[in-house]
Design a protein around this ligand. Structure first.
Ligand code: GAL
Length: 376
């Protein structure tokens, strides 16, 4: 088994877009180690679109790194990343061209997979632009799924068709290890909220070896970078990160990790939240709404250690009191148990509740607890 837990790492796209080079990748890999990201579980350093020359090598037909951006070549970069105990990710596309108009892997799948393997690549994000209309989406992901397996190297296959063709129904069968289920995230509250809401009823298909990828995080971008369309507050970033963790989604950072402030670093290395994300059973959460507002969301997730994770999310513009009736999630009053809550953000004292839990959650913010049953 290659991918038992949701992959964790960093990807260049959200902040840097086409503005990438080997110095950025090296210095970001350094930060994984220096800032404690590696110790918290972050592993994959991923170069997204815009890394190659605009045309393939005329003699070999292979993809070639753009020498101005990557003068030392991809093997040297991958060696640098591996020497830090990290893994190296790259990007290609199932169509003729990538989304930013560089050569795609269509009809070159096996050659490209071999090239990536020779460069020491451990992770391939595989996009969906410029797809020939004569071939359907599932066929294209099947091809790269087989090509990666034939490449002679263990390479995590990260599919990115934005949820099209009901991807959750067939993607696992192609050998993919994670799959983008939505369009691109933007760094604003509406974007992460609508992404999260759209997947609540589809998380049952997300499981070890093939996880629902709700896109790279915008946590810590604060409105700066390529997908920064408005920016978010710290409360929003807490909510976004906690939602991704309750979903057992891949945690791919998208901010400039070299410039993270203390609040961002504390959030993305929160051990208790990460443990919820990385829980070995990767169960989807049960979910419910406040009785009269679908903007007030409750999530309850079974954990492998016999406890639960309990999340309250206020996706409204005003502060709110959010109740969770425990009977809705499997614990009726007749069961004879109370619940003991522990705040994963470390702000509140542990507290015991009977039949229901009710918490005040400021607008845009969340409250997340681990929950244990205690016999009355
Ligand atoms: C999009 C993809 C983004 C990014 C971009 C690169 O299709 O969803 O995450 O990879 O292409 O051009």
């Amino acid at each position: 088994m290659l991918v038992k837990k949701p992959p964790m790492g960093w990807n260049t796209w959200n902040t840097f877009g086409h503005d990438i080079n080997e110095e950025l990748i090296r210095s970001s890999a350094d930060v994984f180690v220096e800032a404690g990201l590696r110790d918290a579980g972050y592993e994959y350093v991923v170069i997204d679109d815009c890394w190659s020359k605009k045309v393939r090598d005329p003699q070999t037909d292979r993809l070639v790194p753009e020498p101005e951006k990557f003068p030392s070549g991809m093997k040297a970069l991958s060696d640098y990343i591996h020497a830090k105990g990290l893994k190296f990710g790259m990007y290609s596309c199932a169509g003729q061209r990538t989304c930013a108009d560089y050569p795609g892997s269509f009809d070159h799948e096996f050659l490209d997979a071999k090239t990536f393997a020779e460069w020491g690549v451990d992770f391939l994000k595989y996009d969906f632009c410029y797809k020939p209309t004569s071939v359907d989406g599932p066929t294209l992901y099947r091809r790269m799924g087989m090509a990666l397996r034939a490449s002679g190297r263990d390479i995590l296959f990260s599919a990115c068709n934005w949820g099209s063709d009901n991807v959750w129904q067939w993607i696992r069968s192609t050998g993919a290890h994670m799959y983008r289920s939505t369009g691109d995230i933007n760094d604003n509250p509406e974007s992460y909220r609508s992404i999260a809401r759209s997947q609540l009823d589809k998380l049952g298909a997300s499981a070890p070896e093939c996880f629902n990828d709700v896109d790279m995080l915008t946590v810590g971008m604060y409105g700066k970078g390529l997908v920064a369309n408005g920016g978010c507050s710290d409360a929003d970033y807490r909510s976004q990160f906690a939602l991704w963790c309750m979903f057992s989604a891949p945690l791919m950072l998208g901010c400039d990790i070299r410039k993270m402030n203390e609040e961002t670093l504390k959030l993305v290395t929160n051990r208790e939240l990460i443990a919820i994300d990385q829980d070995e059973e990767a169960r989807p959460p049960m979910w419910g709404h406040h009785p009269w507002s679908d903007k007030l969301l409750v999530l309850v997730k079974h954990l492998a250690n016999g406890k639960y994770a309990l999340g309250f999310f206020n996706m409204d513009e005003k502060d709110a009191e959010i109740p969770a009736i425990l009977a809705d999630y499997g614990l009726p009053a007749s069961a004879g148990y109370d619940v003991r809550l522990h705040d994963v953000f470390g702000k509140e004292e542990d507290k015991t509740w009977r039949e229901y839990v009710r918490v005040n959650v400021p607008a845009h913010d969340c409250r997340v607890y681990t929950m244990e049953l205690v016999q009355r």
